[in-house]
Design a protein around this ligand. Structure first.
Ligand SMILES: [Ca+2]
Ligand SMILES: [Ca+2]
Ligand SMILES: [Ca+2]
Length: 331
């Protein structure tokens, strides 16, 4: 009897304390900055099945904010809204594989509670992957938030510690990481040749059309959100491991990179983005200057069409005198 009681107690304690990584900016978070030097590339295609403005009142039609191209490329704080039960399927220049640690990250536009760094306004989505574009497999999602009363659609903040393996748990500019290793042994899935990443909107309703986590619990999340921007807002999906693509970067030691250069290798152009004003100079391998551009906010491009195949350097410098060199292969 005592053993049974102990077991019950243990289960209760575990249930009550099951916690996951906290919000971006809080010690222990797993949030990935969009300027992380680990990215090898970003989604290059997005097929969008719009979801409903309010799935329980279909007379309102589908959400309308943004279009599928807004989910392509680096996280730029410009998201496409996928709506209640909407689905976005992303493709990549090269397949993803299971490397050390997380393998890709999904960016949404969640915003913080100014009074509490642990809390944020969150809209969530399930994440699925496929290695054939036909059969998709979902990461085991957990949401330990109370299942009632219904979280209303506005003015409500959630604690990221209650959430695991759901896109959208981190603030805008910070990706939620996913590790393909968690899907090891899944029949019909090659975790070392992932061609598609899919986001499926969590409706958030605790009534009709509820969405459930992997343990069968209703995910109680802001609902309804009957706006053109309703549901999960997909900004970007970035990959850490892709066959034939390499993160590159030799920075000023101890100074964090605030920019992204991709893709590498590149064919016709390089895309550069930075959080601060920078100069970017393209040189050949001998250091001969070919072109220079200024980066402000947003993305800039260097076109490579007129250059021969080979190795090039992009030398980036900021106003404080810090310098970084990116080695780029032109195919
Ligand atoms: Ca991995
Ligand atoms: Ca929702
Ligand atoms: Ca975007």
């Amino acid at each position: 009897m005592r053993t049974i009681l102990s077991l019950i107690t243990l289960c209760l304690v575990q249930t009550a304390t099951a916690q996951f990584a906290p919000q971006a900016g809080v010690a222990g978070t797993t949030a990935i900055s969009k300027t992380s030097g680990k990215f090898t590339g970003w989604a290059t295609g997005c097929a969008l099945q719009r979801g409903w403005t309010d799935i329980n009142d279909k007379s309102q039609g589908y959400v309308t904010s943004g279009d599928s191209s807004w989910a392509i490329g680096i996280a730029d704080a410009v998201p496409v809204s996928i709506g209640d039960s909407g689905v976005a399927t992303l493709t990549f220049a090269k397949p993803l594989y299971d490397g050390a640690g997380p393998d890709f990250a999904v960016f949404e536009n969640a915003f913080p509670n100014p009074q509490d760094p642990e809390m944020a306004f969150l809209e969530l989505a399930f994440v699925e992957v496929s290695s054939d574009g036909v059969n998709f497999f979902r990461f085991p999602a957990i949401c330990n938030a109370p299942t009632s009363p219904q979280v209303p659609g506005a003015g409500v903040y959630m604690n990221a510690r209650l959430i695991n393996n759901l896109a959208g748990k981190y603030l805008g500019g910070y990706g939620v990481p996913f590790d393909l290793q968690e899907l090891t042994g899944t029949s019909g899935l090659d975790i070392n040749s992932i061609t598609h990443v899919r986001l499926v909107d969590v409706v958030g309703s605790t009534g009709g059309h509820a969405s459930y986590d992997s343990e069968g619990n209703v995910i109680n999340e802001p609902y309804p959100t009957p706006f053109p921007t309703g549901g999960f807002d997909l900004d970007a999906v970035g990959a850490f491991y892709q066959h034939g693509l390499f993160p590159m970067g030799i920075g000023t030691p101890g100074v964090q990179k605030n920019y992204v250069v991709y893709p590498n290798p590149a064919t016709d152009r390089l895309v550069l983005t930075s959080d601060e004003p920078m100069q970017a100079m393209l040189t050949d391998i001998s250091g001969k200057q070919l072109t220079t551009i200024s980066l402000t906010s947003g993305a800039a491009e260097i076109f490579l069409d007129s250059y021969t195949k080979g190795i090039y350097l992009v030398v980036l410098s900021d106003s404080k005198g810090n310098k970084w060199v990116e080695k780029i292969t032109k195919l």
